[in-house]
Ligand binder design. Sequence first.
Ligand SMILES: *Cc1c(COP(=O)(O)O)cnc(C)c1O
Length: 462
Amino acid sequence: MLKDLALFNKIANLLLKSEEEHPIANPIPPEDLYDKLDISLGAAPASETFFEKTIEDLILSTPRTATKLFFNQLFGGRNSKATLGDLLAVLLNNSMYTYKVAGPQVGIEKEILHKVCDIIGYPKDSDGTFAPGGSMSNFMAMLMARDAYNSSIKTEGVTQKLTLYTSAESHYSIPKNAAFIGVGREQVRHIETNKNGQMISEKLESKITEDLANGFHPFFVNATAGTTVLGAFDDIPLLSLICRKFNLWLHVDGAYCGSVIFSSKYKHLITGLEQADSFSFNAHKMLGTPLTCSIIVTKHKKHLYDSFSNDAAYLYQTDGDDYNLGKTSIQCGRRNDALKLWVLWKSVGTEGLEKIVDHQFYLAKIARSYIKSNPDYTLYSFDDSISVCFNYKNIPAQTLCTALYKNAELMVGFGTFNNEEFVRLVTINTKNTEKEILAFFKAIEKFVAKDPAFQGTEVFEQ
Ligand SMILES: *Cc1c(COP(=O)(O)O)cnc(C)c1O
């Protein structure tokens, strides 16, 4: 083990140094992959030097998500404390299903869950779990809602025409999960949003009324705290009112921006969260822990147990259910995703988490000011969002993002809203400062100016 740890250190040092010098790894086109790298597996063992070299090549050729030029996704950067926690979790290799096997790590997970419930104002007997990502957190919420609506579904299967509601801007995991839970994609009602990307509550209410009149069984509403493209926040109090009126489960999908719960300045964006039946957020997005670190909490501990516990005499042999986390999780064997967040949280305190969140909004503000003050840019996103959506000189966003990627200049993606396509800059890497944000725009400008394909911008005007 020590020898491999030394190798790990060696490769990690190489990578960190290389990331400084080349924040973007030269992309390898998929058709060249097997020629460029020795990926094939053979019958004979690799010689030691060859083995090391192969691993180094592989690591150094992999896209770099921790650098100052990665703006492509809703995660980025590298928090060293959280990385330390995750490395230790790998070394320990516990499975989080029982106290017997995970010991104090169970306490770590429970402490985070209780703290989160406390911060959002959930009652004492609330509970939650770590799921393998935001999509799976949504899946768990939808399952609990389904079983809470009709507990016989667990044994008999779905026999009613159930319907569920989410905004047109919400994450694709909602329809996908609708299929998984036996409700079906076509029973998902995508409710129209207003010009800021928030679900229109009147449209929600009229759709529910219409469905009831047609013999459907509405059971679940998903609100989004930070939509995937615009970073918009649905109005929780308005949606909550409707859910109470029709007795529907309200889930808040905060995978992207739910971490605003830690910020006194921005938690107004999730006002009313305590009224929701369940809430999830990804610490691997705004808080910057390594993937994956997704938390789901619910006010209804009973439903968490009812939907997910299963007796297994070969597994649950000691300690109470409260310490055997397998009774409330979707998996059997389960990674320790809690330790990375706990190590980060312990080291910076809740105040430190607040700073992480606030800094991202500050960076977004800088980006928006730059765009607003420069006539070559058009802004499509709004204040109070860490997704900054824009176009430059009418160049189609897809063309620009792809060219930047292929030329190893920048990693940034594009999105659409209301039939407009635009570049989506995500200011989620807390390591960045004003300097990196301004450098991002300069890099685009320089690239466009020097690439002949972009000369004569009128080509792109419609
Ligand atoms: C990222 C995201 C998800 C999915 O989370 P994963 O961890 O990628 O599965 C769900 N909902 C929203 C709003 C997201 O932004």
